[in-house]
Write a protein that binds this ligand. Structure first.
Ligand code: DAH
Length: 351
């Protein structure tokens, strides 16, 4: 074997060994430079080709090409192995399961007071009532005077409110949804069956059961031959729908300027079921006050232009925060307005 042939065979053997040793694409690249690069044994051997005679040069030239091709093929094969492995790893890393549910963004929910309003309104829609809304900035005329509450009436100072510059007319933030009784009766002829949800305002020292703005739902039923029995039947149906079907209700005499007679509707305490003893919910009473109500005072019909001899009716008004607090065991109605998600999110699933 000639010296040149020995060099070429050595270049082949060393090159193949180096390629076989490479462990990744980086070390394979190094092996490529040291096997096929300018200073590699193969290139060195090639430079010896010029120094041998023509016959040997032909044979050795062919051998050099053969070695070169073999080394290139080995590099290529190894490179493909590494690339395939790398691709495999990347697939493993970046593998996604398109059948998995995506990232679900946190969904908002209705405010518990909104839900309570809808729930109450729904019950009355089921009893055949329609729904109306009225102005929060109201003439004192509707908020008080038309409701049998003239300026000197003590009930007027009990419901002190925020007054607005009314260009000659006394304008206030309404203290109750009751003025809508007059606005509706003024524009509509009986039969009237309507509920009015809305925000009301009062000058209050705020505490766990009082806020200076809150929500009420007013109700008005005016028709021929309406009696106190209708009032009790309708409001009992409502109280049972919202607090529980097996609870007793009672009417307790009370006073409101615009109803005669007037009453408060109590529902049997749904915690102690009326026994009262040691109950914190009803403070030992056995009963929980739900709303104010009464038979529409004939003076209101006259004010609105309806014949009090022909028509009679009942009205009621309830505080939404109070009902929501009772229904969900909330100890302080100010929580409803704090916008604390730890509180609000507890109502997310509640219908
Ligand atoms: N407006 C009364 C209040 O805010 C509640 C009320 C009582 C409304 C009796 C009525 C009613 O319609 O008949 O205290």
């Amino acid at each position: 074997m000639s010296e040149l042939q020995a060099l070429l065979e050595q270049a082949r053997a060393e090159g193949l060994a180096r390629i076989a040793e490479a462990e990744d694409l980086v070390s394979l690249n190094e092996a490529r430079v040291r096997t096929l690069g300018r200073k590699a044994p193969l290139s060195q051997a090639r430079s010896g080709l010029g120094k041998v005679d023509e016959n040997e040069r032909k044979v050795m030239g062919r051998l050099a090409n053969e070695v070169q091709k073999e080394l290139e093929a080995a590099l290529q094969a190894k490179q493909e192995v590494f690339q395939a492995a790398e691709l495999e790893q990347r697939w493993e890393r970046e593998r996604i399961d398109v059948t998995l549910p995506g990232a679900v963004p946190p969904l908002g929910a209705l405010h518990p007071l909104t839900k309570t309003i809808w729930e109450i309104v729904d019950i009355f829609i089921g009893l055949g009532y329609s729904v109306a809304e009225g102005p929060e900035v109201e003439l004192s005329l509707y908020n008080f005077d038309a409701l049998n509450t003239p300026p000197a009436h003590p009930a007027r100072s009990a419901q002190d409110t925020f007054y607005v510059d009314g260009a000659g007319e006394e304008v206030c933030l309404r203290t109750q949804t009751s003025p809508m009784q007059m606005r509706i009766m003024e524009t509509e002829a009986p039969p009237i069956y309507v509920v009015v949800p809305g925000r009301v305002y009062r000058r209050e020292a705020e505490d766990a059961t009082h806020t200076s703005q809150f929500a009420q739902i007013e109700g008005l039923a005016v028709d021929e031959g309406i009696t106190m029995g209708d009032l009790k039947g309708s409001l009992s149906a409502f109280a049972r729908a919202i607090f529980g079907g097996d609870l007793d209700v009672r009417l307790r005499p009370h006073y409101f300027p615009f109803t005669e007679p007037s009453a408060e509707l109590d529902v049997q305490c749904f915690v102690c079921r009326g026994s009262g003893s040691g109950c914190r919910m009803c403070k030992g009473e056995g009963w929980i006050e739900v709303l104010g109500c009464g038979m529409v005072d004939p003076a209101l019909f006259e004010w609105a232009g309806h014949d009090p001899e022909r028509y009679s009716g009942f009205a009621f008004g309830m505080g939404v925060e109070r009902i929501a607090a009772l229904a969900h065991g909330v100890s302080d109605i100010r929580y409803f307005y704090d916008n604390d998600l730890r509180f609000l999110s507890q109502f997310r699933g509640i219908a």
